[in-house]
Ligand binder design. Structure first.
Ligand SMILES: NC(=O)c1ccc[n+]([C@@H]2O[C@H](COP(=O)([O-])OP(=O)(O)OC[C@H]3O[C@@H](n4cnc5c(N)ncnc54)[C@H](O)[C@@H]3O)[C@@H](O)[C@H]2O)c1
Ligand SMILES: O[C@H]1[C@H](O)[C@@H](O)[C@H](O)[C@@H](O)[C@H]1O
Length: 336
């Protein structure tokens, strides 16, 4: 029997996830949609030829008897209320990042899930499902590099919308590194600092761009992440792990090289949807498969909380210019 899924928020990623659930993956069908902008939901329904009900709001969709699982792909500040409502209804829920916009909000979700007594939530951190990051992790776990000492990263977007402002470089963008590096190093963060280089002329008065975030982990690994969201030239994700005995780099996406007109060139991607297309497929298939055996194994509410604790400290560090402590409470046994 197929898992019947309802999608809350049918913008860029909601529409893309509805497409992969209905056209690419196995074991699921999209039976319900909702969006504050109803036209968006209607467009997705028509474009994908779905036999889905369009609900007036997210709470009605969560309560619907024929919805087994919920995808929360609306704007970040709305995630917390829908995830809590899904837990309350005892339904599986896949929530795009951020799980909630603050650590406090994530903690409420963690507490509700623990009180429910069984994992219901998977957070949409897709990078641990990316083949390149998996190879990096394998190299670290196999001891190929010796102990990791430093990690150098870059997270570059060609451009961002006008509404994207300075803290979003952390909450919306760096949050991917905050999650994946914790997973990669099997470590937690203890401090953060944010440095502002000269701002690009392609930014605006409410966005300092680029930013350099310096993190320190409990094991003493030092991490630098360049977040540059008006880099113009492409969508570029870099990660280089420096260990005691060697260095490993995140592979580049596969691309042909062209020799033409006295130039040797390779095309870069410009869209996050394409850069992690396989990882999004694998993470959502994992969610559906997990529901079938009643055991989710993907990124947890605790991972969402951990990223939010670090994210809150980074936003504070943006404001103070100081090194800010990151105080991560111990992981509850519920999360293994
Ligand atoms: N994992 C990733 O790589 C990734 C990529 C893109 C976006 N995201 C996350 O997904 C979420 C959505 O991002 P997006 O780029 O699709 O944004 P978007 O603006 O394209 O789409 C969001 C949609 O949600 C709708 N919406 C807002 N509030 C709602 C509510 N209360 N109920 C129902 N619908 C509501 C909007 O009308 C819009 O159609 C964000 O949290 C974003 O951070 C994650
Ligand atoms: O919501 C998007 C998405 O999460 C992308 O993966 C990230 O590169 C962007 O910076 C962010 O705005």
């Amino acid at each position: 029997m197929k898992v019947r899924v309802g999608v809350i928020g049918t913008g860029a990623i909601g529409a893309d996830h509805a497409r992969r659930l209905s056209k690419v993956l196995v074991g699921a069908e999209v039976v319900a949609l909702t969006d504050v902008n109803r036209e968006n939901a209607e467009k997705v329904k028509a474009n994908l030829g779905l036999n889905a009900e369009i609900y007036g709001d997210g709470h009605e969709l969560i309560a619907a008897g024929d919805v087994d699982a919920v995808l929360v792909t609306s704007w970040g500040p709305t995630h917390e209320e829908y995830v809590l409502a899904a837990i309350e209804a005892g339904k599986y829920v896949f929530c795009e990042k951020p799980l909630a916009t603050t650590a406090e909000g994530c903690r409420k979700i963690v507490d509700a899930e623990i009180a429910h007594g069984k994992r219901l939530v998977q957070v949409g951190f897709m990078r641990p499902y990316d083949a390149g990051y998996r190879l990096l992790k394998q190299a670290i776990d196999d001891g190929e590099l010796g102990e990791p000492l430093m990690v150098h990263c870059a997270h570059r977007n060609p451009e961002v919308p006008e509404a994207y402002i300075t803290p979003m470089a952390i909450q919306d963008t760096l949050v991917h590194e905050l999650d994946v590096l914790r997973w990669l190093l099997d470590d937690d963060y203890v401090s953060a600092q944010v440095i502002f280089p000269r701002t690009t002329k392609y930014s605006h008065s409410k966005l300092a761009d680029p930013q350099i975030v310096l993190l320190e982990t409990a094991k003493g690994v030092r991490i630098d992440v360049e977040v540059f969201v008006n880099c113009k030239y492409g969508y570029d994700i870099q990660c280089s792990v420096v260990g005691e005995e060697g260095v490993a780099n995140l592979p580049e996406p596969v691309s042909i090289t062209t020799r033409k007109e006295a130039k040797l060139s390779q095309t870069l991607l410009t869209d996050w949807k394409k850069r992690f297309i396989d990882a999004y497929d694998v993470e959502l298939q994992d969610f559906i498969d997990g529901i079938k055996v009643r055991e989710l194994t993907g990124p947890t509410s605790w991972d969402g909380f951990a990223a939010a604790v670090a994210s809150d400290a980074c936003v504070k560090a943006q404001e103070t210019g100081q090194v800010e402590a990151i105080n991560m409470p111990p992981r509850p046994p519920f999360y293994g």
